[in-house]
Design a protein around this ligand. Structure first.
Ligand SMILES: N[C@@H](CCC(=O)N[C@@H](CS)C(=O)NCC(=O)O)C(=O)O
Length: 276
């Protein structure tokens, strides 16, 4: 065979007999650089295969580190924590934008992106905005990683219910108790505080019963509702202790041990220290 061409993918090994190169077998890369000479066609083909594998690995590594979306959030925001827990569970890559809503200019700037000024928010590469933590997590399901919403519609409905229940009646109530606690005693709204305590207690009562035989909020699989609880329980015990709720208390400990939640709480700690 004189000077044969062997196609391997779009690149090939070929044999040159004459100058300018020493005779032997060669392969060329994407930039048309020739590599060789090799003694045999097989040696050239093996070297070419190695090169293509290296290129594929480099491209896979690049894909794995390429942000899949942008996230506007703050490490101290409970609803941001809920989404971060889901992101860490799924091991997704994102471009972070920390938004400090306490800073007026930053808040105004952020409202140009999302007029309601609420975090978290994700922005997809091709433009659309996805606000609302639960809807964001629904979207994250399409990006792969560990599923957080069951394919079984009945299980999924219960997961979504617990997510909403925890958000509306625990997270928001803990938020109220926190903001009221920062006011001087005389300015506190007693009715608001009472309602927040009543609602938080209703969530604890429900979880105390519901979790008595399961590891996570919706059975034995960690799910969307645990993302909500992992975030709510970050501050809940301080304003609404688990006294008299042994099951809730044990669940809170399991949540605290979960690597995704530990990571989120380490970021909370780091943020507090950097602000101190
Ligand atoms: N229902 C929304 C709630 C988001 C929310 O209230 N985020 C808080 C931070 S944890 C916020 O943006 N607060 C600023 C504001 O209400 O203006 C969700 O689930 O994402």
């Amino acid at each position: 065979m004189n000077n044969p061409r062997y196609w391997a993918s779009q690149w090939y090994a070929t044999k040159f007999d004459e100058e300018p190169w020493p005779g032997g077998w060669y392969w060329h890369d994407q930039q048309y650089n020739w590599h060789g000479p090799y003694e045999t066609e097989r040696d050239a083909a093996v070297a070419l295969k190695g090169h293509l594998e290296q290129e594929r690995e480099a491209s896979d590594a690049h894909e794995r580190t390429r942000p899949q979306f942008e996230l506007y959030y703050h490490p101290l925001s409970t609803y941001s924590q809920k989404v971060l827990i889901a992101i860490y569970e799924k091991d997704l890559v994102f471009k972070p934008h920390i938004v400090n809503l306490m800073a007026e200019r930053e808040r105004e700037q952020y409202r140009k992106i999302y007029p309601l000024g609420k975090i978290p928010l994700i922005v997809l590469n091709h433009g659309p905005l996805i606000p609302e933590s639960s809807i964001i997590i629904e979207y994250l399901e399409s990006l792969g990683g560990a599923p957080l919403i069951s394919a079984n519609t009945d299980v999924a409905r219960k997961t979504r219910f617990k997510d909403r229940f925890i958000d509306f009646y625990l997270t928001d109530s803990v938020g109220t108790l926190f903001s009221e606690s920062r006011k001087p005693e005389s300015e506190r709204d007693k009715r608001k505080i009472e309602r927040a305590r009543y609602r938080s207690k209703a969530v604890y009562d429900f979880l105390e019963y519901e979790l008595s035989e399961s590891e996570w909020a919706n059975g034995d699989e960690f799910s969307l509702s645990d993302c909500a609880a992992g975030a709510a329980f970050c501050y809940a015990a301080k304003y609404m202790p688990y006294d008299g709720y042994p099951v809730v208390s044990a669940y809170a400990e399991r949540l605290a041990e979960r690597p995704s939640i530990r990571r989120v709480r380490e970021e909370v700690e780091a943020r507090w220290h950097s602000q101190a």
